[in-house]
Design a protein around this ligand. Structure first.
Ligand code: ACO
Length: 334
């Protein structure tokens, strides 16, 4: 019998501290009006002193595991998508594994904002091939640690958070199709120049703020509106569905204007396109599972609903997944 991966639990976690656009007005030469009209973002969450990506990852994963009813000992594999690992070494997945009290293999997947879709792909493939029965897939970021809060072109965009899903083997879908893409010729458009083996941090790097994320915003914008519709249609086509069949399109939450352009190109009405970036900013690898957690907890997603998840990011990378939702949201107040 064919094996499929089903999402049997979802969880999310946002750090407590809220940074509003008004807070940013006090740090750089910007305005609430500029940020809202160019991006749709009103506020974002920021990690507390000492709080790390693995802390957020563990909190989101605890919720997903609890809701799935899966015992920690039954998790066969932990995949953690992130752009802001606790350290270059060891992996954030290993630090998360120990915070959760798990003993399974654990590894980071780094495809920037597409990391969650890449991790979902690898987790589903492990289940479909019979190498695993249960996989914990997390997207987690303390990305603001890599942001230069003197650079108005980037610091207004990003926020911190984590989301997670539990994948389990089943005899019906689940995850129906995933398409992934990468184009390294665009790797300089979105980059943290220093801090890796190509350029260890030295005084010159610190003087140039090269330990922080640098971005060519207009190139990333053009890339995003090109690849998101294409990847979504490819994943729908591979699973035998069309845009009309979707209950929800859940895009990476980077910029409301990117999402509006995508809506137009796909011909999908905005009631079926999920948006929460006004309150989270761009949480990179965490944005799609956090959106799923929102949809689940607000009871806007039910068994049998077809959803498309689509991400893009540094690399450049992109990916889309078509999934049939199989879990029932809890009653309000439960
Ligand atoms: N406040 C006020 N003015 C600003 C700000 C700011 N925060 N940032 C830039 N400006 C100014 C610029 O300096 C420029 O001024 P000038 O005309 O005098 O030179 C003007 O505003 C317009 O700048 P643009 O860059 O042309 O603005 P644009 O409309 O393209 O919006 C933005 C910029 C929001 C960054 C957009 O390009 C974008 O969203 N790009 C995609 C970014 C993205 O999605 N990145 C995440 C990828 S996922 C990952 O892997 C991390």
């Amino acid at each position: 019998m064919q094996r499929f991966a089903q999402i049997v639990g979802v969880g999310g976690f946002l750090p407590d501290r809220i940074m509003t656009n008004q807070d940013l007005e006090r740090l750089v030469d910007t305005s609430d009006e500029w940020i809202r009209t160019r991006t749709g973002i009103r506020e974002r969450r920021i990690v507390a002193e000492g709080e790390t990506t693995s802390d957020l990852a563990a909190r989101a994963a605890e919720v997903a595991l609890l809701r799935s009813g899966v015992a920690p000992d039954d998790v066969d594999l932990l995949l953690l998508g992130t752009t802001s690992p606790d350290h270059l070494m060891p992996s954030t997945a290993c630090r998360t594994q120990t915070k959760l009290g798990l003993t399974c293999p654990a590894v980071d997947i780094m495809a920037a904002c597409t990391s969650f879709i890449y991790a979902l792909h690898h987790g589903a493939a492990a289940i479909e091939s019979g190498r695993a029965d249960t996989v914990l897939v997390i997207g987690a970021e303390a990305l603001t640690r890599l942001i230069d809060f003197t650079d108005r072109t980037t610091c207004v965009l990003f926020g911190d958070g984590a989301g997670a899903v539990v994948l389990r083997a089943a005899d019906s879908p689940g995850v129906r199709a995933i398409v992934l893409g990468a184009d390294g010729t665009g790797s300089d458009h979105l980059i943290v120049p220093a801090g890796g083996a190509a350029r260890p941090i030295d005084h010159d790097a610190l003087d140039a703020h090269d330990q922080f994320l640098k971005m060519n915003g207009s190139e990333v914008f053009k890339f995003a509106v090109r690849v998101i519709p294409r990847a979504t249609l490819e994943a729908l086509d591979a699973s035998g569905y069309t845009v009309d069949d979707l209950a929800w399109l859940v895009p990476h939450q980077a910029n409301e204007r990117i999402i509006a352009t995508v809506e137009e190109r796909l011909g999908i009405d905005d009631e079926r396109v999920y948006l929460n970036l006004a309150n989270t900013g761009n949480t990179s690898a965490a944005s799609i599972p956090l959106a799923l957690d929102d949809l689940y907890t607000s009871q806007r997603l039910g068994p049998g609903d077809l959803i498309a998840l689509v991400g893009f990011g540094a690399g450049l990378t992109w990916g889309a997944a078509v999934v049939t939702w199989t879990i029932t949201s809890p009653e309000e107040g439960a």
